[in-house]
Write a protein that binds this ligand. Structure first.
Ligand SMILES: C[S@@+](CC[C@H](N)C(=O)[O-])C[C@H]1O[C@@H](n2cnc3c(N)ncnc32)[C@H](O)[C@@H]1O
Length: 292
């Protein structure tokens, strides 16, 4: 009798111990698949504010044919840290589709909006027909417009989503590279002030299309015009903060080694810098925000 009652007391404890052992050793945030219980396994994730990549990744669908594309390592870092598998990334300056290619590589989905129709068509060819629509949606539109917003919403609905889970913004750096002759093109603004206003319209559309609690990334560099630095990065970052985005990181990324064709003109720029009292840009910014 006594023996049995001891056994009865021991039995539940043993079951409870087993349950603890079987519990998966996983702890994640709402916006990422990073297992915080194994945080030491993520040494490749950059958590500092100075980023250096000696060269641009050119494999896995990426190439360097589009002047002004960002390096895929940025998408890799952002997606792993701020998205979950199957999430939808919205890129409102899609260009040559770096965000879409990396979304596919990392089992995410993507909607990209690009102003230039011939480019949007060419970029579509990078994806398998069965990937288009279900995994990658490319829209040709002006990202400042309501039409672009409506088109993104329609594609989100097809993908079974109400909002996107990550926002990527890599706008023209004012008029440093002219992307087209279209008046809606942010690289064609008459003044830098106009550029800021158009950027703000795109950022506002992005804000409205992004799910609450999720993250946005702005990649941008400054320019030097009219004998002074135009702080494009800080001004665009501030416009986003005014829209309600909360600034989470200001990252300075070394662009040396990631640029095309600067070698030939390096000496000329060095002379100009010495003569004009300015410094040559060797960095760009990656700002990370959260919609809270
Ligand atoms: C810096 S590039 C983006 C490059 C892209 N991240 C990549 O990796 O290929 C900026 C892009 O924005 C596009 N663009 C400019 N104004 C736009 C607008 N109003 N709406 C949509 N796209 C626009 C340009 O045609 C250009 O392709």
């Amino acid at each position: 009798m006594v023996k049995n009652s001891n056994l009865a007391k021991l039995q539940p404890k043993k079951t409870a111990d087993l349950r603890v052992a079987q519990k998966p050793d996983i702890k994640t945030t709402k916006y990422s698949d990073i297992n915080l219980k194994k945080w030491r396994d993520y040494a490749h994730i950059l958590t500092g504010t100075l980023w250096q990549f000696p060269s641009r990744l050119k494999q896995h669908g990426h190439s360097n044919e589009y002047h002004g594309n960002y390096i895929p390592q940025i998408a890799q870092q952002m997606y792993e840290r701020y998205t979950k598998k199957n999430d939808v990334v919205l890129d409102l300056f899609f260009g040559s589709g770096t965000s879409g290619i990396e979304a596919i590589n990392m089992n995410r989905r993507c909607i990209g909006v690009e102003l230039k129709d011939e480019l949007a068509e060419k970029v579509s060819e990078k994806f398998a027909p069965k990937q288009l629509v279900t995994d990658v949606n490319i829209i040709c539109a002006d990202s400042t417009s309501q039409l672009a917003v409506d088109k993104v919403k329609a594609r989100l609905e097809i993908m079974g989503e109400e909002k996107a889970q990550f926002l990527m913004l890599h706008p023209p750096y004012d008029d440093i590279i002219k992307f087209s002759d279209k008046k809606e093109d942010l690289s064609n603004c008459a003044t830098t002030e106009e550029f800021y206003d158009m950027f703000e319209k795109v950022a506002k559309n992005g804000y409205d299309l992004l799910e609450k609690g999720r993250f946005a990334c702005l990649i941008i560099g400054d320019s030097y015009k009219n004998s002074e630095v135009q702080p494009l990065g800080f001004e665009c970052m501030n416009r986003m903060r005014k829209l309600g985005f909360v600034l989470k990181s200001t990252i300075v990324k070394d662009i040396q080694g990631n640029e095309r064709g600067k070698g030939r003109t390096a000496n000329l720029w060095r002379y100009r810098a010495l003569a004009g009292g300015f410094s040559i840009f060797t960095h760009e910014y990656i700002f990370v925000f959260q919609k809270v």
